[in-house]
Design a protein around this ligand. Sequence first.
Ligand code: HEC
Length: 134
Amino acid sequence: MKKSLIALITVSLSLSGLALSLPAQAQQKPYAVSNGNELDAESYKGFKLYRNWCARCHGTYGQGLAGPNLAESLNKITRDEFMKTIAEGKTGQIGMMPAWKSNPTVMDGREYIYRYLKARADGAIGEVKPAKAK
Ligand code: HEC
């Protein structure tokens, strides 16, 4: 009887420990920034893709131009919405963004672009030229 009570307490304690560690994991950042402007290889790849395909409308560092400020957008839209918007394009009050689903370079690079823009949205990197961390 006593043994099973201890077992029950042990189980519920480890379960609550698990519940506590889950939100921490969900918050895990998809990028790493060091020395103010040095990005991990994947986020840096994202910046280069962003610069080639998105910057002319969204600004050199995502700060907005003809298209909206994506450093702000990424604090509002979900990751899924981001992925879908790029694939399908978007027409709204601001204007029209083409769909990218027939562009494999952009489609395959969406995850990397997301990482760079998430770093911008979190303020981990500002409106500065990124470098690749060594
Ligand atoms: C030809 C200009 C143009 C290009 C190039 C472009 N966009 Fe856009 N984008 C827009 C416009 C305009 C909107 C706003 C549409 C609206 O809501 O009126 C937009 C909206 C978005 C949104 C939604 C923002 C929000 O708050 O809902 C995301 C995300 C986005 N663009 C990402 C990208 C990415 C990533 C790329 C590069 C692969 C890209 N865009 C390239 C013009 C562009």
